[in-house]
Design a protein around this ligand. Structure first.
Ligand code: GLU
Length: 428
């Protein structure tokens, strides 16, 4: 998303360059992996409910498919930019590689604000996005999924349009579908739960009991809500939640020192994760400025909103007590902030590892669709926990043995896997 002076793609490339140096990658491999293999930019005309026509701008970037079809979500956001989609597609490549699933990286977006669109207008937008790119995506090429402000319903409309165009059923074409319509049980919970699986493992390694910990969360969308659910179920206490307020076009942090209640907050939240401020205050939540979440006196920080939230400015506010930061969002931390976090010795669980549970469950969804046989929720979540736990352990072991920052260790594993796939195919 566009933030003054911040470019997510430059940040993704900077992170990649550091690891390319560490791995001493040859120039052709660097040139290949520093940018998407392919990208599509298109206009989507949509008939609005008042019969006028609005033209939206859509994108899809296919960063790399050496390990399998591209995979990644589609975001609806008013500040979407092609550079953000490029960065996110690159991070998807590393994400699929770190959990070792046979998929590459892709990402899509539309510049729009779904708050302002009726359900019918959203349906037409989804169908228009598919019509623009239906020949270049598919279950064997590039598989979309939900992301910021897109939902299982959006995925179903997209699937329906794709199947209408191609004249056959392709349930594995898109993931994050509603349960009963080709979706997997556990997909909704997957990203938030997986974030906490990695936090649980990190705390074990640090010798800290989760029941003694307190956390602050940025975001109250799908990832944050399920992360809070599992974290509190395991005994942790969340004292602050920050989220976007659509009416004020600003964000606020809602704090309750004795612990926020997920049920209470869910009951006063819109479908995009916006909390009703008057109702929150009536329920005795203190309303603080948007970036107050980062300065709370807590053990764990969970940025689960957008990119560029922990940056050169905000990182200075992190309280001395913070021991772990697990990134539910994609790209929340800038390289400048990483330098500070590293020197402070905060244990970081980097985004493309910490939030990889979403795409891992998407992969399970594809497997189930291909078999046309669906697993129980318990089976899905057990497999997810196994996959996340072993990916976490591999990264933290490498970090320990090679004395690497966790983000760099995760990058070393992912980039080597992808670079080797490109070499083995004879691309470079
Ligand atoms: N949008 C999610 C992510 O950033 C999930 C992607 C997927 O399931 O393909 O990881």
């Amino acid at each position: 998303m566009a933030t003054k002076g911040f470019n997510a793609f430059e940040m993704a490339q900077k992170q990649f360059d550091t690891v390319a140096d560490l791995l001493e990658l040859d120039q052709p491999t660097r040139d290949l992996l520093r940018q998407p293999l392919r990208e599509y930019h298109f206009s989507i005309p949509v008939r609005m409910d008042d019969n006028s026509v609005r033209v939206f701008r859509g994108f899809r970037c296919q960063h790399n498919d050496a390990r399998g079809p591209c995979k990644g979500g589609i975001r609806f956001h008013p500040q979407e930019t092609i550079d953000t989609v490029r960065a996110l597609s690159m991070w998807m490549t590393w994400k699929c590689a770190v959990v070792d699933i046979p998929l590459g990286g892709g990402k899509g977006g539309v510049i729009c604000d779904p708050h302002d669109l009726s359900p019918r207008e959203q349906e037409r937008l989804c169908r228009g996005w598919i019509r623009a790119i239906a020949q270049d995506i598919g279950h064997l090429r590039d598989v979309p999924a939900p992301d910021v402000m897109t939902s299982p319903q959006h995925m179903l409309w997209m699937l329906d349009e794709f199947e209408t165009i191609h004249g056959a059923k392709y349930p594995g074409f898109i993931t994050g579908k509603p349960v009963g319509m080709g979706g997997s049980l556990g997909r909704t919970e997957a990203t938030g739960y997986s974030l906490i699986y990695t936090v649980r493992e990190a705390l074990k390694e640090l010798g800290i009991k989760i029941e003694t910990t307190v956390a602050s969360v940025q975001g109250f969308g799908n990832v944050a809500q399920y992360a809070i659910e599992l974290y509190t179920r395991l005994g942790g206490k969340v004292i602050a939640v920050a989220c976007w307020d659509q009416a004020d076009q600003a964000s606020y942090t809602y704090r309750k020192k004795r612990g926020v209640s997920l049920e209470e907050l869910r009951a006063i939240t819109d479908r995009f994760g916006g909390i009703d401020k008057a109702k929150a205050e009536a329920l005795e939540y203190e309303r603080l400025p948007g970036d107050a979440w980062i300065e709370q006196d807590v053990d764990i920080l969970l940025p689960c909103a957008l990119e560029n939230q922990v940056n050169a400015e905000t990182v200075k506010k992190i309280a001395p007590r913070v021991k772990v930061m697990a990134e539910g969002a994609n790209g929340p931390t800038t390289p400048e902030a990483d330098v500070v976090i590293k020197s402070r010795g905060i244990f970081v669980i980097p985004d493309f590892l910490a939030n990889a549970g979403g795409v891992t469950c998407s992969y399970f969804e594809q497997v189930q669709c291909n078999m046309n046989y669906f697993w129980t929720k318990e089976e899905v979540l057990t497999r997810l926990d196994d996959k996340m736990t072993s990916a976490f352990k591999a990264v933290s072991e490498l970090a320990r043995t090679r004395k690497l920052y966790m983000r760099d260790a995760a990058y070393v594993i992912s980039v080597s896997r992808v670079a080797n796939a490109c070499k083995d195919r004879g691309w470079v």
